[in-house]
Design a protein around this ligand. Structure first.
Ligand SMILES: Nc1ncnc2c1ncn2[C@@H]1O[C@H](COP(=O)(O)OP(=O)(O)O)[C@@H](O)[C@H]1O
Ligand SMILES: O=c1ccn([C@@H]2O[C@H](COP(=O)(O)OP(=O)(O)O)[C@@H](O)[C@H]2O)c(=O)[nH]1
Length: 238
C-alpha cells in the first residue's frame, strides 16, 4: 500500500471549497476531488466529513437574533450543500462510486446515514461523504469527524487546514515565532490551550485512541502527499 493508512476519515472545512468572493471555487473543488479519486482508485478506504463554514456557521445566528439551535441546523444544512457539490465534482471526474450519507433525513438527495451501510460500501471502493454534522446542535464537524472515524473503523482522522501546516504553540498567523509541533499528546491540546479542534473532538479521539493528523491542504496534491508521508504535519496521539 502506497499510503500510510488503509482507512482514513478526511475532515475538510467549508473554507476549502471557497474563493475570496464565491462560496464555491471550481479550481478548489476539482483540485480536491481529483486527489480523492486518485486515493480511492489506489485502494484507500475514504470517508469524508465536510464542514459548512463557507456558507454559514451557527455563531452567526446571534447577529440576526436567531436562536442558537435554529442557526446550528442552518449550518448543518450548509454541510449538506457542500457534500452535494463535492459528490457531483467527483462524479464529473468519472468516479461513480460515491455516497452522500446525511445525519439529517433528506431522502431526495442523500442516503440516510447508517454506519454498517457506510462500512460495506467503503469495502467495495465507495467514497463516503458524511454530511449534516452530528445532526445535533451545539456540536461541530470536528466532533462529527471523530464520531464517523470511530464508526467506519478509520486508522486516523486527517484534519485538513487551509494555509497552516499543523499545530503550533500559538497562532502562527499572529506570532511569527510560533513553535511548530510535529507530534503532540491529546492531553497537551487542552493543557496548552491549543486551538486545533474543539475539546469535545479531541477528548473523544483520545478516548477512542484514534490519532489525528493535522496538515495544510493548500498546496499541490497535499492531501495525497501527506498520506504518502511526504508532507510535514502534526500527529496527535497517545
Ligand atoms: N495553536 C495553533 N496552531 C495552528 N493554528 C492555530 C493555532 N491557534 C490558532 N490557529 C489558527 O487557526 C486557524 C485554523 O482555523 P480552523 O478554523 O481550525 O481551520 P480551518 O478554517 O482551516 O478549518 C489557523 O489558520 C491559525 O491561524
Ligand atoms: O454536528 C454539528 C455540526 C455542525 N453544526 C453547525 O454547522 C456549522 C458548520 O459546521 P463547522 O463550523 O464545523 O464547519 P467548518 O468550520 O468545518 O467549515 C457549525 O458552525 C454549527 O453551527 C452543528 O450544529 N452540529
Amino acid at each position: 500500500m502506497k499510503y500510510k493508512y488503509n482507512t482514513v476519515l478526511l475532515k475538510l472545512s467549508g473554507e476549502a471549497l471557497k474563493s475570496e468572493t464565491e462560496i464555491y471555487n471550481k479550481e478548489q473543488l476539482v483540485g480536491i476531488a481529483k486527489q480523492i479519486v486518485e486515493l480511492a482508485k489506489n485502494g484507500l478506504k475514504l470517508g469524508i466529513v465536510i464542514g459548512g463554514g463557507n456558507i454559514w456557521r451557527g455563531n452567526l445566528g446571534k447577529d440576526i437574533d436567531m436562536p442558537q439551535i435554529n442557526a446550528d441546523y442552518m449550518g448543518m444544512l450548509a454541510t449538506v450543500m457542500n457534500g452535494l457539490a463535492l459528490e457531483s465534482t467527483i462524479k464529473r471526474l468519472g468516479y461513480e462510486k460515491v455516497n452522500v450519507y446525511s445525519s439529517l433525513p433528506i431522502e431526495t438527495v442523500t442516503d440516510d446515514y447508517n454506519f454498517k451501510r457506510a462500512r460495506l460500501s467503503m469495502n467495495e471502493g465507495y467514497i463516503s461523504i458524511f454530511v449534516g454534522g452530528t445532526g445535533f446542535s451545539y456540536f461541530s464537524t470536528d466532533t462529527n469527524s471523530v464520531i464517523r472515524a470511530i464508526e467506519i473503523k478509520a486508522d486516523v482522522v486527517m484534519m485538513a487546514k487551509n494555509g497552516v501546516k499543523g499545530v503550533y504553540d500559538s497562532d502562527p498567523k499572529i506570532n511569527p515565532n510560533a513553535k511548530f509541533y510535529s507530534e503532540l499528546k491529546y492531553s497537551e491540546i487542552s493543557e496548552k490551550k491549543l486551538r486545533v479542534m474543539d475539546l469535545t473532538a479531541s477528548t473523544l479521539a483520545q478516548d477512542a485512541n484514534i490519532p489525528i493528523e493535522v496538515f495544510d491542504m493548500q498546496g499541490d496534491n497535499n492531501i495525497i502527499k501527506v498520506l504518502e508521508g511526504k508532507l510535514e504535519s502534526t500527529i496527535i496521539k497517545g
